[in-house]
Design a protein around this ligand. Structure first.
Ligand code: MLT
Length: 323
């Protein structure tokens, strides 16, 4: 081998080693939101992006890759390079339910690695403002009387709003029409405008509109009232006992991402969740942040696995399929 080739190989090896030694991140990190802008996942991602940027020293860019109940956005991350620059943010339906209702081209547990658990919120039964019901019992009576023409908004087949809507219709013994959107951001616009009748929506998406008098809120899908909305009764109090659904959020990266990169991303989420203004923004939406010890990748992995074991049999037994 001549001297020039040897020098070129040495220079290449040096550059590769130098690149490896560069601390993560060296460029912007993309946070893939699997639903439309303006909806609950998008809002949480945008709240986290700024404090994460401060901690990482690089921009955190929110990218909305929508469709198929969030499975297109999550699939994009599952197939991305395992280098920490493409991160999935999602929740109960995208990272648990979708595995039971979609023939996914990826495995939620084997193709993704957990980064951090964020927290969660219950859902709330809401309707268009003109709907003539003053409480949940009256809403149920109106829906049953008008079931051939009631339209329920969802963020697409298999999304949390779809699953919760199906549980609602099953509980009240009705058959309703579900109208899919690319997320509950756009669905909310149509609920406010009266183009759809009702939703079982995440509290964080609906609470500002209920407070602003733009839609009606009837009951939350939890055993306890939310500290952010103590005036809203629980489903147990309001007449549909047991309709409990909690939407918890997390972040994931492709399987094979180096442990130190995951630790760096986790530290950025943990520091964002410890930041006062960030906590206040999430709390105002009814999002409860998990305690520090549950923000670890291990805690998220264990919770996701337990939720899959709990919900897949329930969803499969309910016959909920999208294809
Ligand atoms: C969204 O971001 O649009 C929602 O998370 C979808 C849903 O809750 O169904």
């Amino acid at each position: 081998m001549d001297r020039i080739r040897l020098a070129a190989i040495a220079a290449f090896a040096f550059a590769a080693l130098a690149a490896q030694a560069q601390p993560f991140p060296q460029r912007a990190v993309t946070l893939v939101v699997p639903f439309a802008a303006g909806g609950p996942v998008d809002v949480v991602a945008r709240i986290l992006a700024e404090p994460m940027r401060k901690s990482l020293g690089q921009a955190v860019v929110v990218d909305n890759t929508t469709g198929a109940g969030g499975s297109l956005g999550v699939g994009r991350v599952a197939r991305a390079a395992p280098d920490g620059y493409t991160v999935s943010i999602g929740h109960w339906s995208t990272h648990v339910v979708n595995g039971a209702v979609y023939p996914l081209g990826y495995d939620l547990l084997k193709d993704l690695e957990p980064v951090a658990m964020v927290g969660g919120n219950p859902m709330i039964v809401v309707s268009k403002p003109a709907l003539p019901a003053a409480n949940l019992r009256e809403l149920v009576a109106w829906v049953k009387a008008n079931q051939d023409k009631v339209n329920v908004g969802t963020a697409g087949a298999g999304s949390s709003t779809h699953i919760a809507g199906i549980y609602f219709q099953n509980e009240i013994g009705a058959k309703l029409a579900f109208i899919p959107y690319k997320g509950t951001g756009p669905a909310m616009q149509d609920l406010i405008g009266g183009q759809i009748d009702m939703m079982v929506d995440q509290l964080s998406n609906s609470l500002p509109q209920v407070r602003g008098g733009k839609i009606k809120g009837y009951a939350i899908t939890a055993k306890e009232r939310s500290p952010a909305a103590p005036e809203v009764p629980t489903v147990d109090e309001a007449g549909l006992p047991g309709l409990h659904i909690a939407i918890w959020y997390g972040l994931w990266v492709p399987r094979g991402t180096p442990a130190d990169v995951i630790a760096r991303l986790n530290a950025a989420v943990v520091s964002a969740l410890a930041d006062g203004p960030t906590r206040d923004k999430l709390a105002a939406l009814g999002m409860e942040i998990v305690p520090r010890e549950r923000q670890s990748p291990e805690a998220l992995g264990a919770h996701q696995k337990a939720e899959i074991e709990k919900w897949w049999p329930i969803i499969k037994a309910a016959g909920i399929k999208v294809n």
